[in-house]
Design a protein around this ligand. Structure first.
Ligand SMILES: *Cc1c(COP(=O)(O)O)cnc(C)c1O
Length: 386
């Protein structure tokens, strides 16, 4: 058996809709033309509802990590103390960026697979004997598949000291979650293109509030390509400081059109239904979940095979026999978990295919029949939403 169309179920990059591919292939515009200004202005505005922000969203031509780096260099001054919440591989990335540029980095470790405990974090802030400038966290920690309670976290941080900037990495969930930056007290929210936003890799987004905008202008940390003040000054003129990925700007507008057609609340609901159904199915297949329901991401799910042989069998056979690509673990979870992405251009039947293939593989590997067990649980959840 071989599925001629591949099913890319990694937590980025994700499949790109045909309409978006076509938009990418439309003729290029000169980036200093009036036509591009119209396009750029539309693209900056189109992303506002997705980020739940009042301001136009900045678009950088670089991968998601550049937006993480920019979100730090444009908020934190060289001598500032600030906190990084590390709950997985991407928290580690924020930490690595911080340690590249700064001396006073405070790391708040969260056990991998757990969500940040807001009260414990508040006590931690109270225990610090220095004034801090900012707190950085992931929204979805892709490596563990936890969705952190950013709204409660934002509230706790501002209750503690409302001058602290709250900066959130939403690379693997923006486009699939209901977020309002003001309600969640987020000053800067960043994302990439190749995850729930279902574009190819290559651009990154920075959403900011007015307070952050003023800060971008004041901060003295050296930066050049990632100087967000330059991007804002260009944005005011419907432009970008450097040559942008014109093709992906065209794709952004098409993306926003697709979301509008579905209705953003339905897009979010679709991700949640698939998440719930997938979790029921994996449980029915005796594949324990890494993350508890309350903090499970709507975009990616981690499960724990019985041992390394089973893990390798599932991952390799899914690819070679079913043309389905899923992801392994990262960092200390490498070889311990598998992760299935379900974001962007994903419909319930894509994941049903994955569940069906898993049933066949587990039946073979464990020598006991799983046929129908996962798919039945899966369908019982999605039938209510179809
Ligand atoms: C993928 C990802 C990134 C990094 O994005 P790149 O585009 O690979 O640079 C950062 N943070 C999170 C949470 C991610 O999932």
């Amino acid at each position: 058996m071989y599925l001629h169309h591949n099913l890319l179920l990694t937590p980025g990059p994700t499949p790109v809709p045909k309409e978006i591919e076509n938009a990418i292939n439309s003729p290029l515009l000169g980036h200093r033309s009036k036509d591009f200004e119209t396009l750029a202005d539309q693209a900056f505005k189109a992303m506002k509802p997705i980020f739940g922000t009042e301001n136009d969203v900045l678009i950088l031509t670089s991968s998601g990590t550049s937006a993480l780096e920019a979100s730090m260099l444009n908020i934190v001054n060289p001598d500032d103390h600030f906190v990084i919440i590390v709950s997985g591989a991407f928290g580690n990335r924020y930490k690595q960026i911080a340690e590249t540029y700064y001396e006073h980095v405070h790391v708040y470790d969260v056990e991998w697979g757990q969500a940040v405990d807001v009260n414990a974090f508040k006590s931690y802030l109270e225990s610090l004997d220095v004034e801090i400038t900012a707190v950085f966290t992931q929204f979805c920690e892709t490596s563990t598949t936890v969705l952190h309670p950013v709204k409660a976290l934002g509230q706790a941080i501002k209750d503690f000291n409302d001058s602290i900037y709250f900066v959130v990495d939403g690379v693997s969930c923006i486009g699939a979650v209901d977020i309002n930056m003001a309600d969640s007290q987020i000053d800067v929210l960043v994302s990439g293109s190749q995850k729930a936003i279902m574009l190819p890799p290559g651009i990154a987004f920075v959403a900011y509030n007015d307070r952050a905008k003023a800060r971008f202008n004041d901060v003295t940390t050296p930066r050049f390509y990632l100087n967000l003040d330059k991007y804002i000054k260009s944005q005011d003129k419907s432009s970008t400081p450097f040559t942008p990925s014109v093709s992906l700007f065209q794709a952004v507008i098409k993306y926003a059109e697709i979301v509008e057609r579905e209705g953003f609340s339905k897009t979010i609901a679709r991700h949640n239904t698939i998440k719930d159904a997938g979790r029921k199915a994996l449980t029915a297949l005796d594949l324990p979940l890494l993350v508890e329901d309350a903090y499970a991401s709507p975009t990616v799910t981690a499960f724990i095979p019985k041992d390394k042989d089973e893990l390798n069998f599932i991952k390799n056979e899914l690819k070679s026999r079913f043309n389905i690509t899923i992801a392994g673990g990262q960092g200390k979870l490498k070889g311990e978990i598998l992760r299935v992405g379900h974001m962007g251009k994903v419909n319930p039947f894509d994941i049903l295919t994955f569940v069906g293939a898993l049933e066949i593989l587990l039946t073979e590997f464990r020598n006991t029949s799983y046929l129908g067990k996962g798919t039945q649980s899966y369908l019982e959840v999605i039938q209510n939403d179809l």
